[in-house]
Write a protein that binds this ligand. Structure first.
Ligand SMILES: CC(C)(COP(=O)(O)OP(=O)(O)OC[C@H]1O[C@@H](n2cnc3c(N)ncnc32)[C@H](O)[C@@H]1OP(=O)(O)O)[C@@H](O)C(=O)NCCC(=O)NCCS
Length: 152
């Protein structure tokens, strides 16, 4: 039987395992950077981060509530990862359920998640949980010279 994970709200002391998981997903992040991000999110009621814990932290989800002039208020899954060894055991579903419950409590009617088109497995996962593709987009980034000291 798959051991059940405990879902709880993140605390800054979780920074090291969360940065390790971000690295697993392809986003190398130092523990200090992650601690700053966790503290930034924790001080903002429009963000929530939950972790899944077994013997250690095995996954996390980052949620936000977004305001759009075009489409109003909606929730978004900003990041989700379950460590490879624990995938397929229901942990991802538990994290999404926690994120959905938070979004409902915030009064949101819709949750959006953007996932890289190359992540076919993640797409199968979201489809299984009732998410449907509503549009595809190109993403444009630009580096801003002479900046980079933003604090949240
Ligand atoms: C996507 C991810 C979070 C899913 O977590 P998980 O704990 O493995 O998911 P679950 O075990 O809760 O799976 C729930 C359902 O999704 C489906 N699913 C999960 N992984 C799947 C896969 N690789 N292929 C097809 N279906 C899959 C399963 O059918 C499962 O339903 P079942 O219980 O009937 O078998 C995890 O695979 C992961 O961290 N992937 C890498 C990071 C990533 O892609 N994150 C999303 C970026 S937005």
């Amino acid at each position: 039987m798959t051991p059940v994970a405990r879902i709880r709200t993140v605390v800054p002391a979780d920074a090291a395992p969360l940065s390790a998981l971000a690295g697993e997903l392809g986003y190398p992040t130092t523990t200090e950077e992650m601690r700053n991000r966790i503290e930034g999110a924790a001080s903002d009621p429009h963000h929530a981060i939950y972790v899944a814990e077994m013997d250690a932290i095995v996954g996390w989800i980052h949620m936000s509530v977004n305001l759009s002039l075009e489409s109003g208020i909606s929730a978004e899954i900003r990041g989700l990862i379950v460590t490879e060894a624990c995938r397929g055991g229901g942990v991802g579903s538990m994290l999404v359920a926690a994120g959905e419950a938070w979004a409902k409590k915030k009064g949101c009617r819709r949750i959006r998640v953007r996932t890289n088109a190359a992540r076919e497995k993640a797409q199968a996962f979201y489809a299984k949980l009732g998410y449907r593709i509503t549009k595809t987009q190109e993403v444009f980034d630009k580096e801003l010279a002479g900046s980079g000291n933003a604090k949240y």
